[in-house]
Write a protein that binds this ligand. Structure first.
Ligand code: NAD
Length: 342
């Protein structure tokens, strides 16, 4: 089968014919219909420091996908041949204390599809049955691979109720854009989005942001304060991984407000805990992955019910062989989610 490989410890991917994946007794074989590129795939392509320490080539990359189950191991019970599935990409162990307490998103023995195991930028992928999510028929197939990042967005937004709240989203990359849509559906009264890319800010408007700000062109703090009666926002969602954006998010959240942190920072960040967090009595949530499978149910219902329209976020669709084009496009910040079709 055709697959996108990190073949060597160097920049780039190669597309090659590789043997079909085998399946274990508790695994299913999926014929991939649609996949999408995540920032992690770009890091693996670029062979950055994180990738060098984590990835062992040769590896089939890619983890956001959906497709049809074409074979299953003899212990597989819940999933059937012919089901159209997506996958929780965090392959949890189901044995550690966190899994036993139903917090699989922080499994201590987590393996990530397309990072620690062969992934889905291929014609076929095998996954354990336990991470398969059977998609409801109502969800258009081209929305099914982005449920994984949509789950990140749902958990970031819904760490607490947002109805009747003002919300600042710092970072309108694909996940920030999805978060804007989710905050809208769940009743935020004003959504302010910041990003350094005007292309992303245009998409933010389409997803329901009321105010968009490019901090390179406008004074973010002045605009947010003037939009919130000088008080700051009720809720800040940090979705950029930029230190300055984190400082903005903390400073612009009002007293007794809530901050959810999804963006990942390259190094440690210094913050003024005393003034920006403690004296304001902020509540701060670290968000990782998705709740398995509570969040998947919400994500699926949002898409199946058409309450949430994610179509503005999907800006490009390429053939799997054009993955390089997609990666280069993502680096220009002139795209939203990019789909790949084997
Ligand atoms: P992305 O890199 O595509 O988007 C980040 C956005 O932030 C970009 O649009 C960029 O222009 C913008 N940005 C950069 N500096 C900014 C600043 N100073 N102010 C405002 N915006 C700024 O990433 P993504 O795929 O949308 O993911 C969002 C973040 O979440 C990333 O940091 C990613 O690593 C992280 N992430 C975390 C988890 C988790 O489980 N915690 C999972 C997936 C992704």
């Amino acid at each position: 089968m055709k697959a996108v490989l990190k073949k060597e410890r160097a920049v780039g991917f190669v597309i090659e014919d590789v043997p079909m994946p085998s399946i274990g007794d508790d695994e299913i074989l999926v014929k991939v219909e649609v996949a999408s590129i995540c920032g992690t795939d770009v890091h693996i392509y670029d062979w950055n420091e994180w990738a060098q320490n984590r990835i062992s080539p040769p590896l089939i990359v890619g983890h956001e996908f959906a497709g049809v189950v074409v074979d299953k191991g003899k212990e597989v019970k819940r999933v059937n041949i012919g089901d159209f599935v997506s996958a929780e990409t965090h392959i949890y162990c189901n044995h550690c204390d966190m899994c036993l307490m139903n917090h699989r998103e922080v499994c201590r023995n987590l393996k990530i599809l397309g990072v620690d195991t062969n992934g889905a930028f291929a014609e076929y992928v095998s996954i354990p049955e336990r991470v398969a999510w059977v998609n409801p028929k109502e969800i258009p197939h081209r929305f099914t691979s982005i449920q994984e990042p949509l789950g990140n967005a749902v958990d970031t937004v819904l760490a607490e109720d947002v109805s009747g709240k003002t919300v600042l989203v710092t970072g309108a990359g694909p996940i920030g854009l999805l978060a804007i849509g989710v905050a809208r559906v769940f009743g935020a009264t004003k959504i302010i989005a910041s990003d350094l890319s005007n292309y992303h800010l245009e998409l933010a408007k389409k997803m329901g942001a009321d105010v968009v700000i490019n901090p390179k062109e406008q004074n973010l703090r002045e605009v947010v304060l003037s939009e919130t009666h000088g008080l700051g926002v009720d809720v800040a969602l940090e979705m950029s991984g930029a230190k300055s954006a984190l400082h903005d998010a903390l400073a612009l959240t009002k007293f007794l407000g809530r901050v959810s942190l999804l963006g990942l920072f390259d190094n440690g960040v210094e913050i003024n805990l005393t003034d920006d967090v403690i004296f304001k009595k902020l509540r701060i949530y670290g968000i990782t992955g998705r709740r398995i499978f509570e969040t998947w149910q919400i994500v699926s219902d949002l898409l199946a019910s058409r309450r949430l329209d994610v179509s503005p976020v999907i800006t490009h669709e390429f053939k799997l062989e054009e993955v390089e084009k997609g990666i280069q496009l993502m680096k220009t910040h002139q795209s939203g989610k990019i789909l790949l079709h084997p």
